[in-house]
Design a protein around this ligand. Structure first.
Ligand SMILES: Nc1nc2c(c(=O)[nH]1)N(C=O)[C@@H](CNc1ccc(C(=O)N[C@@H](CCC(=O)O)C(=O)O)cc1)CN2
Ligand SMILES: Nc1ncnc2c1ncn2[C@@H]1O[C@H](COP(=O)(O)OP(=O)(O)OP(=O)(O)O)[C@@H](O)[C@H]1O
Length: 193
C-alpha cells in the first residue's frame, strides 16, 4: 500500500499503476448495458453548470477512459492539443465533424488548422481522484501546467468510480478539481462551482 517513506512523486507513480490496473479490469467486466449507459446522460446539476459556457474542453477517450462526447453532443467543444512531444498543451476548437489526427502523446487531437481557444470549463480524464478534489493524471504534468497558467477556469475530472482513493498524494504543483463526474455520481469539491 502507501509507503510513507516514498516521496509524493513515487507514491503517485505506484498509485497510477494500481489504478490503471483496476480501471482496466473494471471496464473489461462492465455489463454491456451498463457500459452503454455510462456517461450518456448529463446529470441536471452539471447541465445547469455548463449551460452557456463556450467552449467546453473535452477529450477523445484513450484506452479505458470514459467517452464523454455523446453526453456533450451539440455543445461547443474544444480538445487538448500538443504541437510536439513536450508538456506544453493548448486547446483547439473542434466540431463533431472536424478532423482528428493522432497526437504526439497518443490520444487523437484536432488537425493543424483548428483555431486555438481558451476553454470556459475543462473536463479532464482521471487516473485517480479523491473526494476533496485531489487529482491523479497520466504523470506528464500536462493538465497541471495548464491549470497553473489558467487557474480561474473550472476543472471537472472524469473517471470511473473505482478510481477513487482516500487521498491522492499531493505536490505543490497540483491544483484541486472543482468537481468529479463518475458513472455513479456528480461530486462537487471545494466552493468554486
Ligand atoms: N484522452 C486523453 N487525452 C489527453 C490526455 C489524456 O490523459 N487523455 N492528456 C493528459 O495529459 C494529454 C496528452 N498527454 C498524455 C500523456 C500520457 C498519456 C499516456 O497514456 N501515457 C502512457 C501511460 C504510461 C505507461 O503506460 O507507462 C500510456 O500510453 O498509457 C496519454 C496522454 C492531452 N490529451
Ligand atoms: N505548473 C507546473 N510547472 C512545472 N512543472 C510542473 C507543473 N505542474 C506539474 N509539473 C511537473 O509535472 C510532473 C508530473 O506531475 P503530476 O505527477 O502531478 O502529473 P499528473 O497531474 O498526474 O499529470 P497531468 O497533469 O498530465 O494529468 C511533476 O514532476 C511536476 O513537478
Amino acid at each position: 500500500m502507501n509507503d510513507p517513506s516514498a516521496d509524493p512523486a513515487q507514491q503517485k507513480q505506484r498509485l497510477r499503476e494500481r489504478l490503471r490496473f483496476r480501471r482496466k479490469h473494471f471496464v473489461a467486466n462492465l455489463d454491456a448495458i451498463a457500459r452503454l449507459a455510462a456517461f450518456r446522460a448529463l446529470p441536471q446539476p452539471l447541465a445547469d453548470l455548463i449551460a452557456d459556457r463556450d467552449p467546453i474542453a473535452a477529450y477523445i477517450a484513450w484506452g479505458d477512459e470514459p467517452d464523454i462526447l455523446p453526453m456533450l453532443a451539440g455543445l461547443p467543444l474544444a480538445l487538448p492539443h500538443h504541437a510536439g512531444r513536450d508538456p506544453a498543451m493548448t486547446f483547439r476548437h473542434w466540431a463533431a465533424d472536424g478532423t482528428l489526427a493522432k497526437g504526439p502523446w497518443g490520444p487523437q487531437q484536432p488537425g493543424g488548422d483548428a483555431e486555438s481557444v481558451r476553454p470556459a470549463l475543462i473536463f479532464c480524464p482521471l487516473v485517480g481522484f479523491d473526494r476533496r478534489g485531489g487529482r491523479l493524471g497520466q504523470g506528464g504534468g500536462h493538465y497541471d501546467r495548464y491549470f497553473a497558467a489558467q487557474s480561474d477556469i473550472p476543472r471537472i475530472g472524469v473517471g470511473w468510480s473505482v478510481q477513487e482513493v482516500d487521498a491522492v498524494p499531493t505536490e505543490s504543483t497540483d491544483a484541486p478539481l472543482d468537481a468529479v463526474l463518475t458513472e455513479q455520481e456528480f461530486l462537487l469539491c471545494g466552493d468554486r462551482l
